[in-house]
Design a protein around this ligand. Structure first.
Ligand code: ADP
Ligand code: SF4
Length: 691
């Protein structure tokens, strides 16, 4: 039974002609699958509907070929041929008891049209603003172009209704929709009735809203997603303007969805924002309209959700990431077990699916993106195939996930951990600046394991091959993790010995995380890993008073975090903190009193004085136990052992998300591993050819 304090979250709320059964609203979010993987999308959304979200939306759906965002893979509703794929999603969401929403997008200035090759159209002639700086300019729309856009939008509304959607979005948010560009002084330099005054700049948004309401004709609700503050711009939409917009247009749609700035401002990582950080932008806007309001804020705490409703900030608890990390979040609150919520950690690995055009993945929820193609479910597990005992060695993210999943499958599991704490790398990394929320990866799994009688765990239990072989386990998972290299090998130097080393004190991230500190005052960090670790250690050591020089072969610090939408924040934070940045630079040699560096373009050499260096390079699997067990294969049968496999970083070092995923995969495939499979062990969407 749920806590009565949360009853308010389960009140039905009308949205125009439809009624949401509760206040949980999965707002539109990208997933790297889109039009390419319609079945995968449909099943991913269906699982959220099963989990209790009253409204489940698509990602943005491009409405016309004249505005498309290739290479990114979103939904498409260009013409009738796109209807079946979208109808599949709407049908599955309906079957699972929820309303289906679609976000219609005409990207305009944000679409480079690399697929269609036609000139993008925008309020003014400007270079397209998509992140990749493609050499493409948009042309200024004529009145005829605007009339075309309105007609195409109406056609997309009609198709959405035919696909079965209950709610249709007009998209003026995130700098991804044309109506946003028209609203913004930053992009709209027109002198006709669509430019100049705010009244004129909001004309297109008004027209699209009125057209959509008319076209929907009470058969579906109309939502408007609008950017309420272009936080990063000097001349963008500001609070006063958006109050005027809501004041004028507030009663036209059936629902408002408020977002700050761009997607980067909206989906901020936990390193740079806390739960409900968007309150500052959204608070007070609801009073300007009688229509319900949805907003996000990486909400995972039911108490915060209730506060949002009680204080009149929101009517719906919007979520993208919390619904990705836990599609069953509403159901768990309703069933009175909020402690079972798999809380989003705010790492934005989910965003990297969209940025790398690959199916969405999630650190906390390894079934994300695997619902259709592998049949994984966030809450349901196949029962065990035999009454067997499994030993999992190592309680990092991979070991914890493997032990939990095997336990849920009904296996008898022993989890052995060498150290005095559970969590492996997550326990260490979550103590670094800004990464505290990552401990949720451990907390969730420990919480689940504590509810399982068939999973026992032992701390300070350093397993040797003898120990592992002695107890009659049928399967052994070696989840013993990885160690940061000390020899400079990563992407720049690919062979040990390629980077000559003098007597300078050399440390690795493992040393720093276990508390070792260099003697001297100035530290150089060589970041050839290029994800978050180098930047985080620079921040940590700087905060402790060291002079820090950060060297990376990339032109940007923590370059891969472009894909988690936080690179610009990391770079700003390090610059503000006074970290000396040496980008496009590699370390060619470690000297006795510093580093010799080289420009990655010219090879021109330079040097950095330092009393110590931290090498953030590659990692090596810690797989001694695996090697030893493999060498003693002839003893397996006599001891009842049938399989030994390295899992997570012990197999190959990667992200925490990859370790969790591999833990799940191990548990899913225990009785039938697919490592040697001749055919692809998961479903793919294939284009059917006529001949
Ligand atoms: P992953 O990311 O793959 O889960 P981690 O490095 O986070 O890997 O975790 C590996 C865990 O395994 C660490 O907590 C480490 O202490 C533990 N470990 C390593 N070797 C052994 C061993 N021989 N016996 C028990 N635990 C071990
Ligand atoms: Fe949250 Fe990270 Fe999962 Fe995204 S990948 S939903 S940010 S835990």
């Amino acid at each position: 039974m749920r806590d009565p304090a949360y009853d308010v979250l389960f009140e039905p709320v009308p949205i125009g002609p439809v009624v949401a059964k509760n206040r949980f609203f999965q707002v539109p979010h990208c997933n790297g699958m889109g039009y390419r993987d319609p079945r995968a999308c449909a099943e991913m959304r269906a699982v959220k509907a099963q989990g209790g979200w009253a409204v489940v939306c698509t990602e943005e759906a491009e409405i016309h070929y004249t505005s498309e965002v290739t290479p990114y893979i979103e939904a498409r509703i260009w013409d009738d041929a796109d209807i079946p794929a979208l109808a599949l999603m709407a049908d599955r969401v309906h079957q699972c008891g929820s309303l289906a929403g679609i976000e219609l997008a005409y990207n305009g200035l944000d679409g480079s049209n690399l697929h269609s090759r036609v000139a993008p159209q925008a309020p003014s002639a400007l270079p397209v603003i998509s992140g990749s700086s493609h050499p493409v300019q948009a042309r200024a729309m004529t009145r005829r172009d605007i009339a075309n856009l309105r007609r195409w939008h109406r056609q997309a509304v009609d198709r959405s209704l035919r696909a079965g959607f209950d709610l249709v979005y007009v998209y003026s948010g995130h700098s991804l929709g044309a109506a946003h560009h028209f609203l913004s002084r930053r992009y709209n330099h027109r002198s006709d009735e669509y430019g100049g005054s705010l009244h004129n700049r909001m004309r297109l948004l008004r027209e699209l809203l009125e057209d959509t309401v008319e076209e929907a004709a009470g058969r579906a609700a109309v939502a408007c997603r609008v950017t309420v503050d272009e936080t990063m711009c000097r001349d963008g939409i500001d609070r006063a303007e958006i109050e005027e917009v809501i004041g004028e247009l507030g009663e036209i749609p059936d629902l408002w969805d408020f977002v700050p700035g761009t997607w980067e401002d909206d989906s901020v990582t936990s390193r740079f924002s806390a739960e409900a950080h968007e309150e500052q932008w959204v608070r007070g806007l609801k009073a300007l309209t009688s229509k319900p309001v949805v907003g996000v804020g990486r909400f995972t705490s039911p108490d915060t959700m209730v506060r949002m409703i009680r204080q009149g900030i929101l009517d719906f608890i919007g979520a993208a990431r919390p619904s990705i990390a836990d599609p069953y979040l509403p159901a768990k609150i309703e069933q009175g077990r909020p402690e079972d919520i798999r809380e989003c950690i705010g790492c934005n690995i989910c965003v990297t699916g969209d940025y790398t055009m690959s199916p969405i993945r999630c650190t906390q929820n390894p079934s994300m993106g695997e619902e259709w193609r592998r049949g994984w479910h966030p809450e349901r597990y196949r029962p065990r195939h035999a009454d067997e005992r499994v030993l999992v060695v190592g309680a990092g993210p991979a070991g914890l996930e493997a032990a939990m999943s095997l336990g849920k499958r009904g296996y008898q599991v022993t989890l052995a951990e060498r150290s005095r704490t559970l969590g492996g790398r997550v326990a260490s990394e979550s103590r670094l600046p800004g990464l505290a929320e990552w401990i949720r990866v451990v907390d969730y799994r420990l919480g689940q394991i504590s509810q399982l009688d068939n999973v026992e765990h032992y701390l300070e239990s350093d397993m040797t091959a003898d120990d592992a072989l002695d107890h009659g386990f049928a399967h052994i998972a070696v989840a013993t993790g990885s160690a940061w290299r000390r020899d400079g090998v990563a992407r720049w130097h690919t062979r040990a010995g390629a980077m000559p080393t003098g007597t300078l004190e050399l440390l690795t991230p493992d040393d720093i995380m276990s508390g070792t500190r260099p003697q001297g005052g100035r530290i150089a960090i060589f970041d050839d890993d290029r994800y978050y670790m180098g930047g985080v250690l620079a921040e940590l050591l700087r905060s402790e008073g060291y002079d820090v020089a950060l060297v990376t072969p990339e032109p940007l610090v923590s370059a891969w975090t472009v894909n988690t939408m936080e690179q610009h924040r990391i770079q700003a934070r390090l610059m503000e903190a006074g970290v000396e940045l040496h980008t496009s630079t590699a370390v060619s040699a470690v000297l006795d009193d510093g580093l010799r560096t080289e420009c990655v373009f010219t090879g021109r050499e330079s040097r950095i004085d330092a009393a110590a260096a931290v090498l953030v390079t590659a990692r090596l699997p810690v797989d001694g136990l695996l090697q030893e067990l493999s060498a003693r294969r002839d003893e397996w049968t006599g001891r009842g052992l049938t399989s030994v496999r390295a899992v997570g970083d012990a197999l190959t070092p990667g992200t925490i998300a990859a370790a969790v995923w591999d833990g799940r995969r191990y548990a899913e495939e225990l009785e039938a591993p697919t490592d040697d499979a001749d055919s692809t062990p998961y479903l793919r969407e294939l284009t059917a050819l006529d001949r």
